[in-house]
Design a protein. Structure first.
Length: 169
């Protein structure tokens, strides 16, 4: 008789506010290779700094051609993720990217233990994830920030890295 499959699961009861976020950067033009390869060491350094609330970071490879890499992160709660995303070095990266995507596209999809999901896709050459089946709309107004898209209550932990009115002016 063949051995049984070793099936395991996890008890997530200690993580009632768990947030899982998938992120990706895809090379759209040759110049995007420089952007992509320059970004990797910066991400590694930010993870090594062990931001408060980051439980686990895993690197992913979505495709080789075109180059499309990413990561999956597990955060204790949305407040921890938001606090990190709205502080340096992430704030600086985001400000630079929104001025010039450097030949890449970027996206993230976020899933909440308590329910709800949100996503954004910037300069993506091809639709993926939710974009492939859900109605699309501009990331403006109530759809501009992750906090609003996810319908998170309470006050933001910090100001947006790029204010919407300044971005579109």
């Amino acid at each position: 008789m063949p051995p049984r499959v070793d099936r395991r699961t996890v008890d997530l009861s200690a993580y009632p506010d768990l947030v899982v976020i998938y992120l990706g950067m895809r090379v759209n033009r040759l110049t995007g290779l420089k952007t992509l390869f320059g970004f990797g060491p910066k991400i590694a350094q930010s993870v090594e700094a062990q931001p408060d609330g980051l439980l686990l970071h895993e690197n992913l490879l979505w495709s080789l051609a075109p180059p499309h890499v990413g990561m999956r992160q597990y955060w204790r709660d949305f407040a921890s993720l938001e606090r990190w995303a709205r502080s340096d070095p992430h704030r600086e990266w985001w400000q630079r990217f929104l001025k010039d995507s450097g030949g890449t596209g970027f996206w993230h999809e976020t899933y909440f233990m308590r329910g709800g999901m949100e996503a954004v896709y910037d300069d993506m050459a091809n639709d993926l994830g939710f974009l492939r089946f859900a109605p699309q709309q501009p990331a403006r107004g109530p759809m501009y920030s992750s906090r609003n898209r996810a319908q998170q209550t309470g006050e933001p932990t910090a100001p947006l890295p790029v204010d919407e009115t300044r971005y579109y002016s």
